[in-house]
Design a protein around this ligand. Sequence first.
Ligand code: PEP
Length: 243
Amino acid sequence: MAERKRLVACNWKMNGLRADGVALGRDIAARAREPHRCELLVCPPATLLVLVGEALGDSGVALGGQDCHTEPKGACTGGVSAEMLKDAGCSHVIVGHSERRHACGETDADVRAKTLAAWRAGLVAIVCVGETRVEREAGLAKSVVEAQLTGSLPDAANPENLVIAYEPVWAIGTGLTPTMADIADMHAAIRTRIPSETRILYGGSVNPKNAAEILALEEVDGALVGGASLKPEDLWAITQAAG
Ligand code: PEP
């Protein structure tokens, strides 16, 4: 089986104006020119995609969107299509992030349609799944994630067009993380449901202190990093742990 190269994906969320986005992009690009053994992906807000893409230049760091519309173009005020992301220089797009599933009411069917839109535009879809605290405490974590995978993943998924991000909702931005055993257990369960060689990232309060332990787990192929990805020192420490 081919080695699954580690991926550290940065989700800047709704953070960054032009000056700080460019500065952060340049900082990440400069570090990425130093030896490292994982792939890096930066997902800035839509307004910064082109500028950050220019700042990343030829560093090898990939650019991604944080969401996309299902349609390629048309009457959707405020929408950003997968084709627009591609045109802005993206190779990836995050779909089904819990902040969109929960705050914007996105369903598995919506996530599936967005994944198909990403593929139509030639983008790799990073499909996020994860349980809430209530669901975990009720012993439903695995069944919730399995249902999300069933509902969100189109049939044509393969290791070139899909990355899964397991992100427990209660761990995102809270400083809380599951136990290592729980992360390993969930990743092993996800592995049985997706094409082999497809990467599975862990996301949820990854930081320089916990990265090495999380990234050493067998089916963890990288990290989706929110808050820590806005701090270059922290991001680089996580990247080194991934290598
Ligand atoms: C995220 O936004 O996907 C995320 C994992 O955030 P944080 O690392 O801040 O928990």
